[in-house]
Design a protein around this ligand. Structure first.
Ligand SMILES: [Zn+2]
Length: 222
């Protein structure tokens, strides 16, 4: 899952506009940002099988990012850092933590069973990736819902809806480009990591720009 993860970030922004958009956008993919770094460095691993439906990733070893306790730990760390480092209101920090954990729940929906209940334990995944068209529909549908919630909140706050529409369009475009990119059999997961990492970080940087267009309610004020 790629674009679908951002649905919770956009819905969270609607629920708690004081949470900076970059924390939500980076938070929704925090587990995968860490995963990208860990596959580059060899801490986690797997392989690429281009003929697989939905996603070519065979994720054999990712206890530090995609096991259930690891996902909970990343969420708690994000919540604590949001509260005490970024000095965000408690409600915003809790919502950022929830967005970080939502990554695991959405991965559970689409991954083939590779999400460990605990490191070394049974692996879960409902494998929606095996049904490519419904999987894409779920991702884009969820993202559309999130964007609608965020646009609705912006209207209530007297802000323009264009950032919601533009960001939705950007994410759908990236999703389609990723879907159409040829997967070479020689690709390795370690080689895939840097491009994934760049996309996650660029989108988080774009989110800073989205916040800078806000018209009201200074961020971070309790
Ligand atoms: Zn993931």
């Amino acid at each position: 899952m790629f674009a679908g993860h951002y649905a919770t970030a956009l819905a969270a922004k609607a629920a708690e506009p004081r949470a900076p958009m970059w924390t939500l956008i980076a938070g929704a993919q925090l587990v995968d940002i860490a995963w990208s770094i860990f596959v580059i460095t060899g801490i986690e691993g797997g392989r690429i099988e281009p003929e697989l439906p939905g996603s070519p990733l065979v994720l054999e070893h990712m206890p530090w990012t995609h096991s259930l306790p690891a996902a909970i730990a990343w969420a708690v760390v994000a919540m604590v850092l949001s509260r005490f480092l970024l000095r965000l209101p408690m409600r915003a920090a809790v919502i950022i933590g929830a967005v970080v954990f939502s990554h695991w729940l959405l991965d559970l929906l689409v991954h083939r069973p590779d999400l460990e209940v605990f490191p070394g334990g049974p692996k879960l995944g409902f494998a929606l990736w095996n049904m490519e068209v419904p999987e894409q529909a779920v991702e884009i549908g969820l993202l559309g819902l999130g964007a609608m919630f965020w646009a609705g909140t912006r209207v209530r706050l007297g802000q323009s809806v264009w950032p919601a529409a533009a960001f939705f369009g950007l994410l759908v475009a990236v999703q389609i480009i990723a879907m159409l990119m040829p997967k070479a059999p020689a690709d390795t997961l370690a080689g895939f990591g840097p491009s994934a990492l760049v996309v996650y970080l660029v989108l988080a940087a774009v989110a800073i720009f989205l916040d800078s267009r806000r018209a009201s309610s200074p961020q971070g004020s309790a």
